[in-house]
Design a binder for this molecule. Structure first.
Ligand code: SAH
Ligand code: SF4
Length: 361
């Protein structure tokens, strides 16, 4: 019989497993604590359980761990991690330091089916949906790597090994790595559950970005309310958006924005939807585009992030001049839209938005 991966089990499934092993219910809680808070890598490290019990459990179960295959640090401080999965596939996560926060950008799929022309992930094709535990494990793995740099000074050697400085080394989570999270909704929702309930992140510190799978937006809000939503809009006419993002042929701009308006009704007034707008020279960066964007977003409590295009080898697109980006922003601000310019970090190590490919040979 193959062993059961304890990290792959939901809270309920772990409860069932513990029962099957004829153990008292509180054991499930203990195991969760050791996996998600102490971040142990194997059953035999759960030292709160007797040696005999650990041996018995090890016969039936194990704890999987992402394998750190590569780690690169950018000159601006961003760090990119390449992780190997149990099945041999690989994914990337990026830790982005800012003055007041440390944001971890995580992947939801290996590759992506969406094929957006400006995104390197889109060019690698689609390999698979990540499981909830593979999504959440990116956070655990990065927390562990980071805390090894700053080991706790107190406690027994064993405690030191397992104790991490926890949540403090990551403050925000964004689903903006590889893949389209709304095309892997069930696993993403289960991962969100683990990230909030077991890893202790507030939903307000989690943002999920989608290319615009319109019908899944309401579903996400029902299943995971108050997670921040970001929509990659990237164009103001269907003509241009069709060319940049094939998903627009299925869910054109009007359908997408209607889904956003309807979904907003489910939420409190203080939630705003973020619209990401990758600015590409001569394609979607005209002042007429900026004016159209103001009109399109009317009636949606929104915020716009302008992301100057991040280039990669083989791409036919260019980033616009700083003056152009500023002029575009000015029009949006004039239209009373909160607008920010996001220069993505980590470009020198291909860690910026749209540059992830998990190339590992
Ligand atoms: N699939 C999701 C999340 C991953 S992409 C989505 O598309 O929203 C995260 C963000 O990176 C998106 O807003 C996308 O528009 C942006 N992006 C993709 N390629 C980019 C590039 N080359 N330069 C700048 N931003 C890019
Ligand atoms: Fe996929 Fe998002 Fe990249 Fe489009 S921008 S190819 S949806 S990861």
């Amino acid at each position: 019989m193959s062993k059961i991966n304890l990290k792959a089990l939901s809270k309920d499934a772990l409860g069932k497993f513990v029962k099957e092993q004829e153990l008292p219910t509180y054991r499930a809680k203990q195991i969760l604590h050791w996996i998600y808070e102490k971040k142990v890598e194997s059953v035999k490290d759960i030292t709160e359980l007797s040696k005999e019990l650990r041996e018995k459990l090890s016969d039936a179960a194990y704890i999987s761990n992402l394998k750190l295959l590569n780690r690169q640090t950018s000159s601006d401080g961003a760090e990119k991690f390449l992780f190997g999965l149990e099945d041999g596939e690989s994914i990337e996560s990026v830790l982005i330091p800012d003055e007041d926060r440390q944001t971890l950008c995580i992947s939801s799929q290996v590759g992506c089916t969406m094929g957006c022309g400006f995104c390197l992930t889109g060019s690698m094709g689609f390999k698979k949906n990540l499981w909830a535990y593979e999504i959440a494990d990116q956070i655990i793995a990065v927390m562990k790597v980071k805390s090894e740099k700053f080991p706790p000074r107190t406690g027994s050697p064993e405690e030191k090994k397992v104790k991490s400085d926890g949540i403090k080394n990551i403050t925000n989570i964004v689903f903006m790595g590889m893949g389209e999270p709304l095309l892997n909704l069930d696993e993403v929702v289960e991962a969100l559950k683990r990230i909030t309930e077991l890893l202790g992140f507030s939903k307000r510190r989690i943002t999920l970005s989608t290319c615009g799978i319109a019908p899944a937006i309401a579903e996400l809000y029902k299943k995971a309310p108050h997670v921040n939503l970001a929509i990659s809009l990237n164009a103001t006419t269907d003509d241009v958006r069709n060319r940049l993002m094939p998903v627009n042929r299925k869910y054109p701009i009007r359908v997408l924005l209607d889904a956003c308006r309807k979904a907003k009704l489910l939420l409190s007034l203080r939630d705003r939807i973020t619209f990401e707008y990758v600015m590409i020279d001569g394609v979607n960066d005209s002042l007429a585009d900026a004016k159209r964007l103001v009109t399109l977003l009317r009636g949606i409590p929104s915020k716009v992030n302008l992301i100057p295009f991040n280039p990669f080898a083989g791409s036919k697109f260019k980033r616009p001049s700083d003056e152009r980006v500023l002029a575009f922003q000015e029009i949006l601000i004039g239209g009373k839209i909160f607008t920010f310019i996001r220069k993505s970090k980590g470009q020198d190590i291909l860690a910026a938005c749209g540059q992830l490919k998990a190339a590992y040979k």
